[in-house]
Ligand binder design. Structure first.
Ligand SMILES: C[S@@+](CC[C@H](N)C(=O)[O-])C[C@H]1O[C@@H](n2cnc3c(N)ncnc32)[C@H](O)[C@@H]1O
Length: 261
């Protein structure tokens, strides 16, 4: 592997600390109780970092998102919605309800702002923002009024930080997604190459500390595609066009369609 690929995470780690440390410190001074709740502190740090990283991440994934996310239709569940940027890629009129799942409540105001600019608002009945996690399937179903009521699940760079991801994926596909519904994912995943995978695993402890629990070495793509619920003839998975195999943040893109019965 080239040295530049091995040390690539250093740049992002440095940038995250540079942009988020002072704003997080100011927030702690205003709200010292944050120090007693490490996960809230991590959420606050990530929210400050994402103000800078979010637009960069969106820009870097634009080509993929332009081919993947306009496929969304009907009731759309966006897992780990961040600032809600996925809704900016929807085809006008194709999505009847945008349901953003985002446990970091520091992001909710921005989700609502982005969604409103694209025609989704609580008062119109076509926007729901949930503060639970992707694995809280009971809460998601009760907010949506029943099981298997989602036409499209979206997961963009999210399953890297979901606890018990395999169980969450299984339950979302079985209990939340409608028969015939689609699961659109764009995730950074465990590399197939042993040398890259080794570096992903070595970087993961420090990376996850700074980036709110994000793990670089999860085979999320295989967890999703390995389920027996998909109509293979309609589903497809590919790499990110032009991405080097040596990339530590190696990504896979999938458009999976659930069997109709
Ligand atoms: C790297 S960001 C991606 C945000 C957004 N999908 C995008 O592409 O801009 C990952 C997001 O997942 C959220 N997240 C963390 N734990 C989660 C969980 N258990 N369930 C759902 N989302 C989670 C984080 O708060 C964060 O907003």
């Amino acid at each position: 592997m080239q040295l530049s690929n091995i040390i690539a995470p250093i740049y992002d780690l440095w940038w995250a600390i540079a942009v988020a440390f002072i704003p997080t410190l100011m927030q702690v001074l205003q709200q010292p109780s944050l120090l007693l709740h490490p996960s809230n502190l991590s959420d606050a740090f990530f929210a400050h970092a994402w103000v800078v990283f979010g637009p960069g991440s969106d820009e870097g994934g634009r080509e993929v998102k332009r081919s993947l996310l306009p496929q969304a239709k009907g009731v759309v569940l966006d897992l780990g919605a961040g600032h809600g940027v996925s809704c900016t890629y929807f085809q006008p009129g194709a999505v009847t309800k945008y349901v953003a799942v985002e446990p970091n409540v520091e992001m909710h105001a921005k989700i609502r702002e982005t969604a409103r600019a694209h025609g989704f608002e609580g008062r119109l009945g076509n926007l729901v923002v949930l503060g639970c996690g992707a694995g809280d399937v009971g809460l998601i179903n009760s907010a949506l009024g029943g099981e298997q009521s989602v036409d499209t699940i979206i997961s963009v760079l999210t399953f890297c930080c979901v606890p018990e991801p395999q169980q969450a994926i299984r339950e979302l596909c079985d209990r939340v997604l409608k028969p015939g519904g689609q699961f659109l994912f764009y995730e950074h995943v465990l590399s197939r190459r042993k040398d890259v995978a080794k570096w992903q695993t070595l970087w993961t402890p420090i990376w996850s500390l700074v980036f709110n629990g994000c793990l670089l070495n999860r085979p999320t793509d295989r967890w999703i595609t390995g389920l027996d619920v998909w109509d293979e003839s309609l589903s497809e998975v590919s790499g990110k066009p032009g991405q080097s195999e040596e990339n530590i943040f190696w990504q896979q893109v999938g458009s999976m369609v659930k069997k109709s019965s």
